[in-house]
Design a protein around this ligand. Structure first.
Ligand code: 5GP
Length: 196
């Protein structure tokens, strides 16, 4: 059986990663599983523990770092986020493609760690403009003004990191963006022939 890909998927807050991921997960041919991250952020309305994230205390997060349970971790706008390590390799060894939706600091750690692994594919989603991004974050109405400002500032920093990624896709139109990411994953599956 062929080993699964590790797909590092990044892009600034509000760029539409969640919508793209939903479409990708609905496509069975992509053989995708979503890596559920651990975070110290409070759940937003409608978010479910163990589905969107594992919502944990700072103490539990620190314990996970101490016990080497995380593949990568980073602080993003006052909260910590990390990828549980065990699930990723288990799934890849079962032939599944694992999608990590992570910010740029953690992504850099993963890309360095898997530098020689041809199964590690990185994709960065960019907005058509920073103004468009700001209006999407505001339209979501899930964050306070202070957090919105911090997220927009963070977005401008993250957009400087696109050069680290193998693929950059603009989300000017959701159907196009989804199609482009699907093409990237399909092509990467064809090219990767590592056995489990
Ligand atoms: P949000 O609070 O909007 O759900 O996520 C904030 C940022 O954290 C997003 O850019 C998201 O991709 C990133 N993120 C989510 N999970 C992880 C993770 O496990 N590790 C890292 N490094 N970033 C993550």
């Amino acid at each position: 059986m062929k080993k699964g890909l590790l797909i590092v998927f990044s892009g600034p807050s509000g760029v539409g990663k969640g919508t793209i991921i939903k479409e990708l997960m609905n496509d069975e041919n992509l053989n995708l599983v979503y890596s559920i991250s651990m975070t110290t952020r409070a759940p937003r309305e409608g978010e479910v523990d163990g589905v969107n994230y594992f919502f944990v205390s700072k103490e539990r997060f620190n314990e996970a770092i101490y016990n080497d349970e995380l593949l990568e971790h980073a602080c993003f706008v006052d909260n910590f986020y990390g990828t549980p390590k065990a699930y990723v390799e288990k799934m890849r060894n079962e032939g599944k493609n694992v999608l990590l939706e992570i910010e740029t600091v953690g992504a850099k750690q993963v890309m360095n760690h898997y530098e020689d692994d041809k199964g590690c594919v990185s994709v960065f989603i960019v907005p058509p403009s920073i103004e468009e991004l700001e209006s999407r974050i505001r339209g979501r109405k899930t964050e306070s003004e202070e957090v919105i400002k911090k997220r927009i500032f963070k977005a401008t920093q993250e957009l400087r990191e696109t050069y680290r990624y193998q693929h950059v896709v603009c989300n000017d139109n959701i159907e196009n963006a989804v199609m482009k990411v699907k093409d990237i994953i399909n092509k990467s599956m064809e090219d990767y022939d590592e056995e489990c």
